[in-house]
Design a protein around this ligand. Structure first.
Ligand code: KG4
Ligand code: ZN
Length: 348
């Protein structure tokens, strides 16, 4: 089958086409094309404006899709599209576009949960051919999902069976990164810029004179909270007379250490209580080098899976991969196209 997948949940417009065959527990993929257009328009505003992002998707989608279809020359057998969670106007732009094509071509439309896409992004390759084997014996797994909108610990009991065992009570980890970046005068999305400063501080062996809290470490549950940490950074910065490059690096270092320590500690706690076979680290913040390193240090290289860097951020390939696997699993239960709608708060 040839699958077209579309992702528009936030500020990245993703379009991909791949060939798929096999079964839900053992499937082969051959990527024909994988396109992502990241909207840079939001950088100067310090965040994503849904109405503006939607307009960009509406402009980008036909361009990317037309280009992709011309390149692959051939028909599409099914379409996968993100239906949530995300910014509803953005989600709708993808859904409306996908519905029109699915109706025109008379092919199934598969709604996909964006977070489920992130989880399974660890099994995909960004290029060429790959196989995904998901026998029952591989489960349960534990996923730490860290993105701009989510910070969740998910018990992955089987394909399609998830339980959220911990989540943030306020800001997501990526959101905290972006807000602290803004306090340091860095453009949106600031996560990658903060982590670069923190890495430089480590290389230069700078000692941070800042001390930020490790939120919720003492709480008995697996939940997170990053709002207080963000406020601590704000107060500390108010006391700073000159925010020079070195001070920024020291703030970034201590902030990143606090976030990563918290994430790793709670993941370890979850691993203690749930006998999981593999640990998945996914979502935009999974691009963070320090987080990857610490996860590997604590749980072992073999045990932690994370996506190829290019697949950590939002992309249509992860949507297509899980959409196709779930389609193979539930072929008989494909939703009617008019039942598919955007759900900003869709849960796993
Ligand atoms: O998954 P994603 O692309 O979009 C959402 O679904 O939210 O995640 C984007 C988030 C942003 O908050 C961005 O700042 C953060 O991921 N991010 C990072 C890094 N790269 C991206 N945070 C920390 N370190 C990074 N290297
Ligand atoms: Zn995402």
């Amino acid at each position: 089958m040839r699958i077209l997948a579309i992702e528009t949940s936030c500020d990245d417009t993703g379009v991909t086409i791949f060939k798929g065959k096999g079964s839900a527990r053992s499937a082969f993929f051959e990527i024909l094309l994988n396109l992502v257009s990241s909207q840079t328009i939001h950088a100067k505003y310090g965040g994503v404006f849904p109405a503006m992002a939607k307009q960009e998707h509406i402009k980008n989608l036909p361009l990317l899709t037309e280009f992709a279809l011309k390149k692959i020359k051939g028909k599409i057998d099914a379409i996968a599209v993100t239906s949530g969670p995300g910014l509803e106007p953005c989600l709708w732009s993808g859904i409306v576009f996908a519905k029109e094509l699915a109706e025109k071509w008379k092919v199934p439309l598969i709604p996909v949960n964006h977070m489920e896409g992130h989880i399974f992004s660890v099994f995909a390759k960004a290029k060429g051919k790959f196989k995904i084997n998901l026998p029952k014996s591989k489960f349960p797994m534990l996923a730490l999902l860290v993105s701009g909108g989510h910070t969740e610990l998910v018990l992955v009991k089987d394909l399609g069976k998830y339980e959220i065992i911990g989540k943030t009570l306020d800001d997501a980890a990526g959101e905290a990164y972006d807000k602290v970046a803004r306090m340091l005068g860095l453009d949106y999305p600031g996560g990658v810029k903060i982590s670069k400063l923190a890495e430089e501080a480590r290389k230069e062996k700078l000692i941070s004179n800042f001390s930020f809290p490790r939120p919720m470490l003492k709480s008995p549950n697996l939940n997170f909270s990053f709002a207080g940490l963000k406020t601590s950074v704000l107060y500390a910065l108010r006391a700073v007379e000159k925010l020079d490059e070195e001070t920024k690096k020291k703030v970034a270092l201590e902030f990143e250490n606090a976030v990563v320590e918290t994430l790793v500690y709670k993941t370890a706690k979850a691993v203690e209580t749930h006998k999981v076979k593999q640990i998945i680290l996914a979502g935009g913040v999974a691009a963070n080098k320090h987080l990857k390193r610490e996860m590997q240090k604590i749980f072992g290289k073999e045990r932690v899976l994370f996506p190829e860097k290019i697949l950590t951020g939002d992309n249509a390939l992860m949507i297509g991969v899980i959409g196709y696997l779930r389609f193979l699993q539930n072929k008989k239960k494909v939703l009617k196209k008019d039942k598919i709608k955007a759900e900003g708060n869709l849960e796993l």
